[in-house]
Design a protein around this ligand. Structure first.
Ligand code: PEP
Length: 254
């Protein structure tokens, strides 16, 4: 039985100025548990990456990008490629976030191409999946996330798949203040892990980290992270406040 190291990732979305971001990292750094028994990632906007990376230094805080383009370079005005992110020293890239699926029409096929680009560059995708409220109410939420995995990840050979971090983020819980109950999160995480076991076998199923995302807060993180198949969280709103984020980190590390 593998012990999976817990991970807390903060998705800042399109929030903060560089100045606010640096202050936030400074405050997080100052409050990190020592020793740091979990992984901590912050994902600021592109414009902040270099400064945040420098500010994080060797504190243990890692920096991720929130997105990348599918192509390594080309005439794609306004886009940022994986090679550019790699050059900055990024190790992780979030992909498949429901906001990108909803507002930028990213389909499972687009996400699959991004996953390939991230892995080909030697970086780690934080792959988001999750259902809308209407899909859950229609009781097709398991089928929905299963097809997200099948269409965007299951083409990968096992060694590449093992690089992926999965984040289950029910859309109805993102930014709404409505959190999945620990039981709902565990139920879906167990389903995802079983699906991975069926596709790649027990070793890989046990190995993959599955984060929960959707209104993780200082007061619910511990219960969520104590679930057997919940390996930490992808945190939006609460990651913008150092004190809240540090409480969530403590819940993962403790
Ligand atoms: C997210 O955007 O990935 C997220 C989980 O946001 P929030 O924590 O604000 O629900």
């Amino acid at each position: 039985m593998i012990i999976r190291r817990k991970l807390v990732a903060g998705n800042w979305k399109m929030h903060t100025t560089v100045r606010d971001g640096l202050l936030l990292v400074e405050q997080i750094k100052a409050g990190l548990p020592s020793p740091l028994d979990c992984d901590v990632i912050v994902a600021p906007p592109f414009t902040h990456l270099m400064a945040v990376l420098e500010e994080a230094g060797n504190s243990g805080i890692q920096t991720a990008a929130q997105n990348c383009h599918t192509e390594p370079s080309g005439a794609y005005t306004g886009e940022v490629s994986i090679l550019m992110l790699k050059e900055l020293g990024m190790r992780h890239v979030i992909t498949g976030h429901s906001e990108r699926r909803q507002y930028f029409n990213e389909t499972n096929m687009v996400v699959r191409t991004k996953v390939n680009a991230i892995l080909d560059a030697g970086l780690i995708p934080i792959f988001c999946c999750g259902e809308s409220l209407s899909l859950r109410e229609s009781e097709v939420h398991f089928d929905h996330v299963q097809s997200q995995l099948e269409e965007s990840l299951y083409h990968l050979p096992e060694s590449a798949f093992r690089q992926v971090i999965i984040a289950y983020e029910p859309i109805w819980a993102i930014g709404t203040g409505v959190t999945a109950s620990p039981q709902q999160a565990q139920e879906m995480h167990a389903f995802l892990r079983q699906s991975i076991v069926r596709h790649y076998g027990h070793d890989t199923g046990d190995y993959i980290r599955i984060l929960y995302g959707g209104s993780v807060k200082a007061d619910n993180a511990r219960m969520l992270f104590s679930q057997r198949d919940v390996d930490g969280g992808l945190v939006g709103g609460a990651s913008l406040d150092a004190s809240n984020f540090l409480t969530i980190i403590a819940a993962a590390c403790g």
